[in-house]
Design a protein around this ligand. Sequence first.
Ligand code: SF4
Ligand code: SF4
Length: 435
Amino acid sequence: MKLATFRRGGVHPDDMKRLSKDRKLERLPMPEELIVSMSQHLGAPATLVKKKGDPVARGEVIGTASGYISADVHSPADGVIAEIRRVRVQSGAVADAAVIKCSPEQSDPWTEKHDWQKMPKEDLLELVRSMGIVGMGGATFPTSVKLTVPMGRSVEALVINGVECEPYLTSDYRLMVERPDEVLEGIMVAAAIVDPGRIILAIEANKMDAVELLSRKASEHGYPISVMPLKVKYPQGDEKQLLKATIGREVPSGKLPLDVGAVVCNLGTCNALYEAAVYHKPLIERVITVSGESIVEPKNIIAPIGTKFSDLIAYCKGEKDDAVSLVAGGPMMGFDVYDDGTPMVKGSGGLLSLPELVDDFSAPCVLCGKCVQHCPMGLMPNRMFRNIKYGNYQAAIDLGLMDCKECGCCAYTCPSHLPLVQGFKLGKKMGRKKK
Ligand code: SF4
Ligand code: SF4
């Protein structure tokens, strides 16, 4: 069978999923302390509405959205606010955080099922907003905003991103094979809001067991979801590449999927939508893959938001002696972490302990052109990087810097190991500042 994919650029790194693919979901016992940042989403940080000494209940709002592009933050545990402090999260953002001392006994207020099918779609959308759901593939865009279809517009295709193309990560895979009914119902919640012409669930062909299981389950439930296996290729999980692979549409520069009639929703987000619609459970926990060659026991863990990375590593029996680098997210787009006390946020899908530094040396550009050949956005990374290096930010922007997805394909193929993506992040920041 010929499988679809995007055409321009991309790379084929070893997917390394074998380390954790067969590790069933395990629930982390509630840690003694959680650090819950108000900056867990794209947009303005939430406003902390609790103070030191306040008791908090599991699922209670502790931070309120401070703008349209923002999201509420809920307490992942019963306990008391031991401290308020400024905390840096994996993306580098620094914001207020509530340090929660967790009670030894935790409540479970989400046992009663609700009939979301009877809800008008405006109420369903408001429910999604009030549950603090954001895109869980890493982008953390508030889901209620993403699912808001402006008047006069329509959605031709709802595309669910079950691709999980970053090497090592298996959290979405485990959700698909262990909670197929729940994620499919979550997809139908999204569909009830955006009312699409068709629904496609895209999964890469290195997870054919999930393709088969979800196809069968979708047809048993009578859901109009078409499960589409895609050729394995990085960065297929990026919205623009995913839409090219699934519906053959190109999202123009500066435009959104909705501009080509599509809404893209991550699979982990659909699990959160299920829990929100059926149990009215806010986004207070998520699945995270803890893996890498230097982790003693790789696992897929359901952990409360705010769990320190050190607690996750300890639960996986620690790191081996050769551990050198800790990465939050996948190796292609993740962030180096220098403090294992950094807390999980809503977008934390992976934590990797690796035996070598990702960018340990760099040499001058040899003009090989590999970065240009593999850039899925059709950019010239070598020229953009040279301009940024010499402070010519505007020239880099004119070359399309703002369209760069920071996917890392250029850096992956660069024989000189140039820190291209770090350069592009810096260039974007400096370019915005200058403006
Ligand atoms: S990081 Fe940016 S420049 Fe490099 S390949 Fe990806 S989109 Fe292209
Ligand atoms: S891949 Fe690296 S060495 Fe080759 S042209 Fe691009 S920046 Fe230069």
